[in-house]
Design a protein around this ligand. Structure first.
Ligand code: FAD
Length: 445
C-alpha cells in the first residue's frame, strides 16, 4: 500500500558548498579535507557522535602497513598522532610482519575526530538523519532532513554520501549492488563489547595446558550449541577493557526490524559467553560487560556502482591506478555471510593477502559515478565487488577515500568544474602536500 504525500515548501536550514552525509571515519575525513581547502562544509550525522563503526560499534584497530612499512598517512597519521599524544591510543611495537599499527580508545577517538572537524570549520549537525536527496536535471541540490521543528532542506553544490550504506546515492537513483553474487548475502555482522572486572593475576597463572583445556571445553560447548557460534575459542588472553571480535550474526542490515532483532541477539550472545566464562575460567568470576556497541557492527551493505569498481584481482595484484588517491593494504577478508564467524582471512591466510611490501591503489573513480556528477560516495559504500569490498572497507582505507574526495570536491568548486574533471595529477600533488602517501602512480596520471 502507498500513500500520497502532498508537495510542500520546505525551509532551507543550511546552505553550503559541500554537504557530507554521515560522520563515520570516511565522512569525517571528507569534511575536514574539503573545509581545509576552502569549502564551506556541513556534516550531518544521525547518531550523537561522529566516528561511525569506530566509535559506535567499538571497532578500534587501524591497519596502515604493507607489512614492511606504513603506507597510509595523511589524515590517518594526523588522527593517530593526536590520539597518541592525548593517551587514547597505543602503537603496536613494530609494523614488521603485520598490517595492524594502532589500537585506539573509542571514547578518546570521538574527541579527536570532533576537534578536527571543529578546527577545520565544519558545521556538524548530529542527531540529524539525511532523508530524501533533492535531485533535478541529473544533479543533486541537497537533502531533506526531519528536525524537531519540522522538515528542512540542506542545500549544497556537492554532496558526499558517507552513510556507509549509500543511502543518498541509492535514493538518488545511482545503481548499486548488495552482497555476494550467488545469493545477495552481505558479510556477517558482529556485536563488539568491552569487559571489566577480570582478575589478571589469576589469568596469568593459567598454565598452557589449562588454557588449552579451557579452549577445548569452549569449542565443545560451541559445537553442542550451548554457546553461540564463534571462531574464537579462548578468553584466556583478555585484559580489562579488551574489545573482543567474536559474536557474529547474519542478516540484512538494510531492514530495520531485522537489524533490531540481530542487535538484540548479538548482545544476548555477549552475555551468554560472559556467563559461561564466569563459571569456567579462573579470573573471570567477577567479569562484567562494561559496554556493548551502541550499534551492531555492520561490515557491508550497498556498494554504489562507480566509474571504477575495485575487484579482488586489483587488490591481490596490487593494481596501480592513474587516478590513485592513496594506497590500500588489507586482505580479502570476508566474514561468513551466514554468521558462523568463519573469515577467509583466518582460513586462507597468505593466499588472500597483497604481497608483503606491496599495496594497491585506491582510485578516485570508485567514489564517483556516471549518473550524478556532483554526488560522490566515500567509505564502505564505494564501488567494489563483494570481494574487493572486503579489503577496502577498513577504516584507514575509508579515510583515504574521504581525504581524496573531500580535497577533490573543494578543488572542483574552486575551479568551477566537476569532480571527475579535476586533473588527477593536480589532485595527487595536493594530497601529497597534505601528507598522503602516493607512490608508483602510472605515467598517464
Ligand atoms: C565488527 C567489525 C570489525 C571490524 N574490524 C575492523 C578493523 O579491525 N579495522 C578496520 O579498519 N576496520 C574494521 N572494520 C570495518 C570498518 O569498521 C568499517 O568498514 C568502517 O568503519 C566504515 O567506515 P564508513 O565511514 O564508511 O562507515 P560507518 O563507520 O558505518 O559510518 C557511517 C556513518 O553514517 C551515519 N549515517 C548512516 N546513515 C545516515 C543517514 N541517513 N543520515 C545521517 N547519518 C547517517 C552513521 O550513523 C555512521 O556514523 C570492522 C567492521 C566491523 C563491523
Amino acid at each position: 500500500m502507498d500513500i500520497h504525500v502532498p508537495e510542500a515548501r520546505v525551509p532551507v536550514l543550511r546552505d553550503c558548498d559541500v554537504l557530507v552525509c554521515g560522520g563515520g571515519t570516511a565522512g569525517v575525513a571528507a569534511a575536514v579535507s574539503a573545509a581545509r581547502h576552502g569549502a564551506e562544509v556541513v556534516l550531518i550525522e544521525r547518531w550523537p557522535r561522529v566516528g561511525g563503526m569506530m566509535t559506535c560499534a567499538l571497532v578500534t584497530i587501524w591497519h596502515r602497513s604493507d607489512r614492511e612499512k606504513i603506507v597510509i598517512n595523511g589524515l590517518v597519521e594526523e588522527a593517530t598522532q593526536r590520539a597518541l599524544a592525548e593517551g587514547w591510543g597505543v602503537a603496536y611495537p613494530s609494523v614488521e610482519g603485520r598490517h595492524e599499527t594502532h589500537n585506539f580508545d573509542p571514547e578518546g577517538m570521538t574527541l579527536v575526530l570532533h576537534r578536527m572537524l571543529d578546527e577545520a570549520g565544519v558545521r556538524v549537525l548530529c542527531y540529524t538523519v539525511a532523508g530524501e536527496p533533492i535531485v533535478e536535471d541529473e544533479r543533486i541540490h541537497g537533502v531533506l532532513v526531519e528536525t524537531k521543528r519540522g522538515r528542512r532542506a540542506i542545500t549544497a553544490r556537492i554532496v558526499i554520501d558517507a552513510t556507509g550504506d549509500g543511502d543518498i546515492a541509492a535514493k538518488a537513483g545511482v545503481p548499486f549492488e548488495v552482497g555476494r553474487e550467488a545469493d545477495g548475502r552481505v558479510q556477517g555482522m558482529t556485536m563488539m563489547y568491552r569487559l571489566c572486572g577480570l582478575d589478571h593475576a589469576a589469568l596469568d597463572a593459567l598454565t598452557p595446558d589449562r588454557r588449552e583445556a579451557i579452549s577445548a571445553q569452549m569449542r565443545a560447548a560451541i559445537e553442542r550449541g550451548e554457546l553461540p557460534p564463534s571462531k574464537t575459542a579462548s578468553p584466556c588472553g583478555y585484559r580489562n577493557r579488551t574489545i573482543p571480535n567474536m559474536c557474529p550474526v547474519a542478516g540484512d542490515p538494510l531492514d530495520e526490524e531485522e537489524l533490531t532483532r540481530l542487535t538484540v541477539l548479538g548482545r544476548e550472545r555477549v552475555f551468554r559467553f560472559v556467563r559461561w566464562w564466569r563459571e569456567h575460567v579462573p579470573g573471570f568470576e567477577a567479569a562484567q560487560v562494561e559496554q556493548t556497541g551502541f550499534s551492531l557492527g555492520i561490515r557491508e551493505s550497498r556498494r554504489i556502482t562507480g566509474r571504477k569498481t575495485l575487484t579482488a584481482e586489483m587488490v591481490l595484484g596490487a593494481a596501480k591506478q592513474p587516478d590513485a588517491i592513496g594506497h590500500g593494504i588489507w586482505m580479502i577478508d570476508i566474514h561468513d555471510p551466514r554468521g558462523s564467524g568463519y573469515t577467509t582471512w583466518q582460513d586462507r591466510g597468505d593466499t588472500n593477502m597483497v604481497a608483503r611490501g606491496d599495496s594497491y591503489h585506491i582510485p578516485l573513480g570508485m567514489c564517483l559515478n556516471a549518473a550524478i556528477p556532483n554526488l560522490a560516495v566515500v567509505g564502505r559504500c564505494a564501488s567494489s565487488t563483494h570481494e574487493g569490498h572486503s579489503s577496502v572497507r577498513v577504516q584507514t582505507h575509508c579515510m583515504v577515500m574521504g581525504q581524496g574526495v573531500g580535497t577533490c570536491a573543494a578543488m572542483a568548486l574552486a575551479g568551477g568544474t566537476e569532480m571527475a574533471r579535476v586533473p588527477a595529477a593536480d589532485l595527487q600533488r595536493r594530497l601529497r602536500a597534505d601528507g598522503v602517501y602516493l607512490e608508483d602512480v602510472p605515467a598517464d596520471g
